[in-house]
Design a protein around this ligand. Structure first.
Ligand SMILES: Cc1cc2nc3c(=O)[nH]c(=O)nc-3n(C[C@H](O)[C@H](O)[C@H](O)COP(=O)(O)OP(=O)(O)OC[C@H]3O[C@@H](n4cnc5c(N)ncnc54)[C@H](O)[C@@H]3O)c2cc1C
Length: 426
């Protein structure tokens, strides 16, 4: 319940907004097309409320993680509130009566807000819509830069709402204004104030290793105090300020070391511009700035019998789980680590050594090109014929997690017992 409170509050706020518009409708006297104005205003107000929630989540408030189940879950909510606001914007435009004659400043501002948000949000949706993906390109940094303007168009949208000729609805507009302030304050915090107020912790790169031809292991030592690393499986944002501009981009990575270690270790797969550049150029002695730790992907909160499923570089939180083990494991775990080709599997010796030491941990390392793909039947067989009492922890490519989630549910695992970490915020 607590892990869902954030989403429940957002739904409650949306419902309350609708109720306020119903209980305190706009003034009707002398208004032509009253119903269309009324519906359009309510939709616009809902849009502001949802966008304000999205902007608030973008501030990455650590204290709110527990009410959503971690920052990665908060970004999922961010995606949903933004998408809903985006769709409402279209319905709003189609609902309000617009005439080409008598256009006012408010109408022009509304058009600017509409076009600006369309230009920003379409590429955001693109990874999920193949056609748009081709159109928008895949460069995350370009997308991130564009995304920064959301707040500006949010403000345009708000000014549009108070300058356009719409029927007065005092109570509902006052209610909406609260969210305008929350949205603007969140935006200013994310883009300006957060840089000064957020704790960004300096580290130094102590070692850089390449366990295979596409992976970098980075060891980082705190220059002063360490970040607050509460439990294994958390992640952080890192950038390397200095001469190399590319390395100064902030990217999220799981901390693959354990919280008790006095260094942080990251295991990074060269999969795009930044990570490839890092593979080739990161050197010992480079300065790093870290924001974190975030996330609540924590197997210790799950039941006694567990299944861990890692796909490719999704092994990193599980490495952290294993490195955190000081005594005997307190859970029965079947750990599946799947890669395409055997040489992609990193730290297999370490995983197998942990399994040899802990009879309750059974490691199954699998290369699909030679061993075939992992199937749910095999997982059920290894679990003794029934997985309905298992807690499942997954991290890997999204399609893999989606497919397995469905299969686990069909095999009787309650949805609430399936936990996953998505390596994607977009
Ligand atoms: C919670 C979390 C934990 C992660 N842990 C690891 C890990 O332990 N090891 C590892 O190799 N990878 C990890 N990743 C993925 C890693 O952040 C991306 O692979 C990396 O940022 C890709 O950047 P790129 O420029 O090399 O690739 P690109 O081709 O530019 O990006 C590939 C995809 O990665 C995502 N991405 C890119 N840049 C960012 C960014 N600045 N912020 C958020 N997402 C971005 C986008 O979805 C993008 O489509 C993690 C991601 C998340 C969200």
């Amino acid at each position: 319940m607590k892990r869902n409170l954030g989403n429940i509050v957002i739904i409650a706020v949306v419902v309350l907004t609708i109720l306020i518009w119903i209980i305190f409708p706009p003034v009707r006297e002398g208004v032509q097309n009253y119903e269309r104005y009324y519906a359009g205003e309510m939709l616009g107000s809902l849009m502001i409320v949802l966008m304000s929630c999205s902007l608030f989540i973008s501030t990455r408030p650590k204290w709110a993680e527990r009410y959503f189940g971690g920052l990665d879950r908060m970004y999922m909510t961010h995606r949903r509130t933004s998408t809903s606001a985006f769709l409402l914007m279209f319905v709003h435009v189609l609902t309000v009566p617009i005439t080409i004659m008598n256009l006012r400043l408010g109408n022009y501002l509304g058009m600017i807000a509409f076009l600006g948000l369309v230009a920003i949000v379409l590429p955001t949706l693109s990874p999920r819509i193949p056609f748009l993906s081709k159109l928008a390109g895949k460069d995350y940094e370009d997308w991130k830069k564009l995304h920064r303007f959301v707040g500006i168009f949010f403000i345009f949208g708000y000014v549009h709402s108070i300058t356009v000729n719409a029927p007065t609805a005092k109570v509902a507009i006052n209610w909406t204004t609260i969210f305008v302030y929350i949205g603007i304050a969140s935006y200013l915090y994310t883009e300006v104030l957060g840089r000064f107020l957020k704790k960004h912790v300096p580290y130094t790169v102590e070692a850089v290793k390449h366990p295979n031809s596409s992976t970098t292991e980075v060891t980082l030592r705190p220059k002063k105090g360490p970040i607050r690393h509460r439990h294994p499986g958390q992640f952080m944002f890192i950038r390397f300020p200095g001469m190399d501009k590319k390395l100064n981009e902030s990217h999220p990575f799981t901390i693959s070391s354990a919280p008790h270690e006095d260094v942080l270790r990251l295991t990074i797969k060269a999969s795009g511009d930044f990570t490839r550049h890092l593979f080739e150029n990161l050197k010992e002695g480079t300065q790093a700035i870290i924001d974190g730790a975030y996330g609540m992907f924590d197997y210790k909160l799950g039941g006694e019998k567990q299944i861990w499923l890692a796909g490719g570089i999704g092994v990193t939180p599980f490495l952290s789980f294993l490195r955190d083990l000081k005594d005997e494991m307190k859970h029965d775990v079947d750990f599946y680590y799947t890669v395409r080709h055997r040489e992609e599997a990193v730290f297999v010796d370490e995983i197998e050594a942990a399994a040899a030491k802990n009879p309750r941990l059974r490691a199954h390392v699998r290369a699909s090109s030679t061993d075939g793909s992992l199937s749910i039947e095999e997982i059920i067989k290894n679990a003794g014929g029934n997985v309905s009492d298992r807690h499942v922890y997954m991290c890997g490519p999204f399609p893999m997690m989606q497919a397995f989630e469905q299969k686990f549910i069909e095999a009787g695992v309650p949805q609430a017992n399936i936990h996953y970490e998505e390596f994607n915020f977009r």
